[in-house]
Each structure stands twice: as structure tokens, then as C-alpha cells.
Design a protein around this ligand. Structure first.
Ligand SMILES: [Zn+2]
Ligand SMILES: [Zn+2]
Ligand SMILES: [Zn+2]
Length: 115
């Protein structure tokens, strides 16, 4: 059994249902095959997000990068993001996380809706 030595998460991590596969552990789009494990949770059905946890403003907690059959680039497909402490609402996207022209994650707040 390989042990992970690197610990990236430092705060209190909360275990949540994977938004991308809705906890099924399988790729919701059956990509590349029906038997593929969910690329977000690696088949576990759950993901960890460091607290304080907030619903991803960009995908509205869906975990899916709209139209693209890909995990949301802002929350990584988890559906939740770590809220920025003392973050102010982004004026450019009005807290939506989305660039109104391109539909891509806002370049000012990286899709988080706050800066
Ligand atoms: Zn998943
Ligand atoms: Zn998202
Ligand atoms: Zn923004």
C-alpha cells in the first residue's frame, strides 16, 4: 500500500458527496467508458473540501462545467469551494463567478465570486 506523504489540505476538511458523480463513484458521462471511475473522487463517491465550505458559485454546486461534460474548473467537480475569509463580492461578475461575455470563470475572482 502506497502511503501519501504530501499533505496539501491544512484546515479542517469536510467530507462531502461528490457533486460530479452525485456520489455514485462512476463517471456521469461514461467517459471514456461506462465502467470509468469518477475522475473527481476517483470512485470513492465523496470528496474533501476545506472549511468554511460554500456552494461553488460558478456551477451552483453541480460540479459540472456546463456543456463540456467536464468537472467544473472552479471547484474541481466537487460542487463546493472553500469560502474566502473576508472576501468581498467580485464586482466584475457580481458574485456569479461567471464572465457574462464568455461564460467562462471570471478572471478577477477565478470563478469564486469573491476576492
Ligand atoms: Zn465523483
Ligand atoms: Zn464548481
Ligand atoms: Zn468575479
Amino acid at each position: 500500500m502506497a502511503k501519501k506523504r504530501k499533505k496539501i489540505i491544512s484546515g479542517n476538511a469536510k467530507t462531502l458527496t461528490c457533486a460530479f458523480c452525485k456520489g455514485k463513484g462512476k463517471d456521469p458521462f461514461e467517459v471514456p467508458s461506462k465502467l470509468s471511475d469518477c475522475q473527481v473522487c476517483i470512485g470513492r463517491g465523496t470528496v474533501q473540501v476545506v472549511e468554511p465550505v460554500e456552494t461553488c458559485p460558478y456551477c451552483k454546486g453541480e460540479g459540472i462545467f456546463f456543456h463540456h461534460r467536464m468537472p467544473c474548473t472552479v471547484c474541481g467537480g466537487r460542487g463546493s469551494v472553500t469560502r474566502i475569509k473576508g472576501g468581498e463580492r467580485c464586482e466584475k461578475c457580481e458574485g456569479d463567478g461567471k464572465n457574462p461575455d464568455s461564460g467562462l470563470p471570471c478572471s478577477s475572482c477565478y470563478g469564486l465570486g469573491a476576492i
